[in-house]
Structure formats: C-alpha cells, structure tokens
Design a protein around this ligand. Structure first.
Ligand code: ADP
Ligand code: MG
Length: 677
C-alpha cells in the first residue's frame, strides 16, 4: 500500500493539507505531479551572445568576492561578478543572503537565469551548480502547492521516485504500442528526469493520457452501472402537461417541444433514463426541465433540481415557485448556506414526501438527505459538477431518471466521449424576438468611453454587468480586483449611479441582497466575479463588460454574454483585453464574429484543444485534466483503453487496480467539492 504523506520527512500537517488540496493523497501520487516547466541546462551561452529578456545557462568563473548588502529594510542583495572567455556578467541574488557563502571566488559554476542589464549583462536570482561533470540537461521546475515550495516539492518527488517500486503498467498488454504511447514507468522517469526533448514530449503525452484514462474509466463505469440498473416506467399525464404548457406566458419553441417529447418519452420507458439536454445560452432549458419535473411530480414521484451555485439555485427556486403556483405541488429549497434549523426542516419535508419538487445545491447529494420517492434527478449546468456528483444525485433514488442540462454547448464529437453514458437531446432554436448582442473588443484607450456609455445606458433604464476575474489582489496575476473596480467606478465614471458588488467571499444573504437589488432594477450596474457566469437571468440587463477578457475561455465568455439581450432593448457585450498578444485577440475576435454557442465552442475547441477548452477553472472543481496537450485522438484512445480495461475479468489485477484508482481519485474530488460550499 502507498505510504502516507505524513510519514515523509519535512511533511507536517499544514503541508500535508496543501498537498491533499492539490490532489496528492499518497506518496505514489507524488509521481503523478507534473513539473510546471523545464529549464534547458543542456547547453551554455557565452557572455558575448546573451539576449536580454531570455533565459540562459552560463558557465562562469566567479572573479570577485561575493558581497552582501542591505539596500533597503527587509531587502538583502548578494552581488558577484563572473567571467568566461568572451566577457563579464554581473550576478545578483535578492533576499538569498546564504548564497554569499555558497559560491567561492575563483571557482567555476553553471548559472541559469533570465538575462537583464546592469552595467552590462546581469543574471538576477540565477540557479547555480558547480560546473564539474556533464551538463545536467533538462531540469524540471515544479509548481508551488500552497505552503509547499517548488523546491520542496521537487525533493519530495525525487525521493518518491527513488523509494517507490517501479510503477506497473496501467494499460493492458500491447496497448501502449497500439496507441503510440510511451510505457508508464519510462514516462514517469522522463517527466522528472528527461533524457532529452523528444523523450520529454512523449513522457508528458503519456502522463496527460493517464489522467484522461482515469476520467474515461469513471464515465464508463457509470455507463455500465446504469445499463445494469432497473428503471421504472413513469406514467405521466399527457393532458396535464399539455395544459401546463398552454398556461405559460409564451409558447414553447419547436425545439423545446421536441426535446420535451424526447425526455418524457424516455421517462415513460421502463429503463432508467440518462439524458443530456444541450442548448445554447438562453434557448430556454429551464422551462423544459421544470415541465419534466411537473410530469414526474404529477405522477407521484419527487423531482430534484440541483444547480452548481447558491445564486443559481435560489434563482431556480424562485422560478420554480412561480411555475408551480396553483398546481397544488410543493416546492422546497435546500442549500449549504441555510441555517441548520431550516436545513433540517427542509430535509424532513423531503424525506417525508411532503415536498414534491426540491431545488438546491450540492447540499442535495450530501449524506443525511434522503428522498421519499425520487423519480427524476435534474442537474443544471452540469460541467461544473464532476462525473461522480452526477452519479451521487441519482443514487438518492432507487430507480431514478437522470436529466442533465449542459452549461455550455459542446461540440458533438466531444459530447459523445464526455457523456458516453448518456443520450443527448439538443435545443437548437432560440425563442423568437431575440436580438443579436453587439460584441466589441475595447482597447485600453477606449475604456473610459465604454464606462461613460454604461453610465448613459443606466440613465436610460438599462442595466450592466461588469465582470472581473479575481476577488483578491494578487501580485502574480495583475487582474483587476472586483473591489477596486467597484470603488473606481463609483468615484469616477459611474458617480451617482447605483452600483452593486458581488463576489464569492460574500455571505449568502449578502449575495442574495446584491442579486435581488440588481434583479429588481434598483442597482443599475453589478460589478461581479464570474458567479454570474452561469444561468443568471435578469431580463433588464443590456450591457456585459468583461475586464481582462483574455483570461476566460470563449465558451465561458459566451455564457456571460448570454446574460444580456434577454429583453426588448438592444444589447452590448464589451471585451476589454488586458494584453496585446495577437493570439489572444484573435481568440476573442471569434466572439465578435460569431453568435452561435455551438460554433463558438467548435472554434474554441479547435484553437485550444479539449483539455484547455474544458479546464477553464484554475482550481478546477471538475476532476478534468487541465492539459493543453490532449487532443481528440488521445481522448478517443483513452475511451477505448478504458473500455478494454473494464472488459477484463474483474479478478484481473489490472482491472482491480484501475477501478480502485478511479474510485479513490473521484471520490476524493467529490468530498472536496462538497466541503467547499
Ligand atoms: P438557458 O437555456 O440559458 O438556461 P433559460 O431557461 O434561463 O435559458 O431561459 C432564458 C429566458 O428565456 C428566460 O427568461 C425564459 O423565461 C425565456 N424563455 C424560455 N422559453 C421561451 C419561449 N419559448 N419563448 C419566450 N421566452 C422563453
Ligand atoms: Mg440555464
């Protein structure tokens, strides 16, 4: 069995927790940690051909005694000069006073760092090794996991590599060759100690494949489980559902009707339903879901509707309350943000069968919540939830139908793999009267004009969202902080306009209040993080402005854009790039040119590959390998291999090892997701 992290030298509880949070649970998991980058220590550059701004490896003899000074309080500086045959180069280390004793005048060293200028070329904070022996080649640079520094992480990984037995192959015999992949043991060795550039490339490819493989195993296991599961034919009342459709304030689009038919048909069959409903932002998925819930509830079964955020869950709750008014059916709400007493009361109504339709967050799938007769489990905006959460909700019903509403339209090729366990329905038509949202890239020089425009919209009864990527100031990422933008706007361009503030750090009641003020039109502008990204519906909103738009995925931006243009008035989407990089601008331009979510997704996928496409979240709540390396061919290979593994005899060691790995990996993620809400 794998060694516990806590038993490794240098690992106390705080570091263990930081590692766990990064998904590293055991010493074996350390082998799966991928270096963030590599430094090329395979060839040296002479001083006279250094290029400023580039990283370089130099072989230098230290020709001065290293000096230590304190230019400012709290800042130390070690300085020395090094020389090769072609010239002199300054060496500086900030806040690393120990370096003074580590290098000696007259000795030769290798120095690796970024080249700057200070009385000629200078290396700032270079890494350093004695120059004896061969050049080290490619040197891995590890990420920092919270309080675990890159250096410590590197040491831990190296130690794990030395002490763990050679990892056994995770693919059935012959498969690595068939898929053109490096063997797993060789790959693990090479990501950490690359033989050369080619070996490194193959090794990283194999490590990416590994994550896809485990993900695909999860999807396939779910599919097999479902296939073996008995369902129950739900006898819904056609007349009542039709009458409900008639009573809506609008008539359903043809596509909504067709998808509703597909779902209801499926629910009527004796087998358990597992269906994904895809539709562009604003295509009206919610009402279809509610009609299905209505059909289930009329037939005496409970329906649960799970949303990924508290905000969205509450909004759905309001919509559901209005929808079910006068039907005699009871709607309940359950979320982690509720007071304990309220939660218990809600849980009782759910368990007792008093509640017919239950709307909520992850809280719905927590232990201790049981349903009297769950017949239909709906999850909205699914890709925020992991595969296992999808499964956890359906576990709550003995024979329960599953309906998943997609957050983002994803191309069919990808859907067939990621949702291999489901049938797919597509709402491919928008409600009538929708106007195209004018989308523009706003260069930095026009930012003030844009805010002036927003001010004018607000005066004329319009409303605007302003989205910023981060809540807290961070030195590393110079994103506009929401709070700062909020203050700046209130003092400057939007003086006198009612501006609201919304971000993840607010308490549920504060979020609710901010959303309520914006929803009813009292607040004209809402400065927010991406909590409004999915699903939020405020019909009066006419402008969506996104700061540092290049930090978001296209599909995500398209989602945000979908928050406006829901009413009669013309609507606008302004993207403010925080960069001039041509690739970034080209990518954003896709949104200017293109309006259809499926098309945006196709182009985003083509530009970035499926790994990046799906892994937009930095600390992804989804156990998806956030790897730009993976491509469709690899994804298909992973699916095929997962199927081959599951086709093995259940007593086969490979079968046992891989299914066990898959369970533990995804269950760990599942617990983490819940504890964070
Ligand atoms: P999404 O598919 O993005 O979840 P919603 O379900 O939030 O979209 O629907 C967007 C808006 O369109 C809602 O305000 C909803 O009331 C409205 N809507 C849904 N269906 C229709 C329809 N057939 N005709 C007119 N408006 C509709
Ligand atoms: Mg929705």
């Amino acid at each position: 069995m794998a060694a516990e992290l806590g038993t490794l030298p240098g690992i106390g509880p705080a570091r263990e927790k930081a590692l766990n949070e990064a998904g590293v649970m055991t010493a074996d998991d350390l082998l799966g940690v991928l270096p963030r980058a590599y430094q090329d220590w395979s060839k040296t550059t002479p001083v006279d051909s250094l290029a400023p701004g580039r990283e370089a490896l130099l072989r230098l003899r230290v020709v001065t005694q290293p000096s230590l000074s304190y230019p400012r309080r709290g800042l130390s500086l070690v300085r020395a000069w090094g020389e090769d045959q072609t010239g002199r180069c300054a060496l500086q280390w900030f806040n690393q006073p120990y370096v003074r004793r580590a290098i000696r005048r007259g000795e030769e060293y290798l120095f690796y760092g970024r080249v700057g200028a200070w009385r000629g070329p200078v290396l700032v904070n270079p890494s350093c090794r004695p120059a004896a022996g061969e050049l080290p080649g490619l040197v891995p640079v590890y990420p920092a996991f919270g309080c675990v520094s890159p250096r410590l992480l590197g040491d831990l990984v190296r130690r794990a590599l030395e002490s763990c037995p050679e990892p056994p192959e995770t693919l059935p015999p012959g498969w690595p060759g068939r898929l053109g992949l490096m063997g797993i043991a060789q790959a693990i060795k090479n990501v950490h100690f690359p033989e050369d550039g080619d070996a490194l490339k193959k090794a990283r490819e194999r490590m990416t494949f590994e994550r896809l493989l485990v993900f695909q195993l999860a999807v396939e296991m779910l599919r097999l489980k479902r296939a073996g599961r008995r369902g129950r034919a739900l006898k819904w009342d056609r007349d009542r559902v039709l009458a409900k459709c008639e009573s809506l304030p609008y008539s359903l689009t043809g596509a909504q009707r067709r998808v509703l038919d597909e779902v209801l048909d499926d629910m009527q069959r004796p087998a358990a339903m597992a269906r994904l409903v895809q539709g562009d932002v604003g295509s009206g998925k919610t009402v279809v879901a509610l009609l299905c819930a209505y059909a289930a509830a009329c037939a005496g079964r409970q329906a649960a509707f799970m949303a990924p955020t508290e905000l969205l869950a509450r909004q759905h709750y309001r919509t559901a309350q209005a929808f079910f008014e006068g039907t005699g059916l009871k709607v309940a709400f359950l979320s982690g943000g509720m007071a304990e007493g309220e939660k218990e009361a809600a849980a009782e109504r759910i368990a007792g069968g008093e509640a017919d339709v239950i709307v909520g967050t992850h809280a719905l799938i927590q232990e201790g919540v049981s349903f009297r007769a769950l017949g239909l489990a709906i999850t909205d905006e699914q890709h925020r939830f992991g595969v296992m959460q999808r499964a956890a909700l359906e576990e709550k019903g003995e024979t329960c139908d599953v309906l998943v509403m997609s957050a983002t339209p994803i191309p069919r090729t990808l859907a067939l793999i990621l949702y291999a366990d489901m049938d797919v329905s597509v709402i491919d038509e928008m409600p009538p009267g929708r106007k195209r949202t004018k989308t523009r890239l706003v260069p930095p020089g026009r930012r003030d004009d844009m805010y002036a425009f927003i001010g004018k919209q607000a005066e004329n009864g319009g409303q605007a969202y302003v989205i910023c990527p981060l809540v807290e100031e961070s030195e590393e990422i110079e994103a506009q902080s929401v709070a700062r933008v909020y203050e700046e706007l209130k003092k400057g361009p939007l003086k006198g306009v009612e501006v609201g503030l919304l971000h993840g750090r607010l308490r549920p009641a504060e979020k609710e209040a901010a959303m309520e003020a914006f929803g009813c039109g009292r607040a004209k502008v809402l400065v927010s993080t991406t909590v409004v990204e999915v699903g939020v519906d405020v019909p009066g909103a006419t402008v969506m402005a996104v700061e540092n738009a290049e930090r978001f995925g296209l599909a995500q931006l398209h989602q945000m854009r979908g928050r406006v243009g829901r009413g009669e008035k013309p609507s606008y989407c302004f993207l403010l790039p925080g960069t001039e990089a041509p690739e970034a601008l080209e990518r954003l331009n896709v949104l200017v040119e293109c309006d259809d979510g499926f098309e945006v997704a196709r182009r985003d996928l083509a530009l970035r590959g499926p790994g990046e496409f799906l892994g937009t979240r930095q600390h992804g709540t989804l156990p998806w390998p956030n790897e730009s390396l993976c491509d469709m061919r690899m994804l298909r290979g992973a699916r095929d291999a997962a199927q081959a593994i599951l086709a093995l005899d259940p007593d086969d060691p490979l079968y046992r090892r891989m299914t066990g790995l898959c369970r533990s990996r995804y269950e760990a993620f599942l617990e983490r997701d819940i504890s964070h809400t």
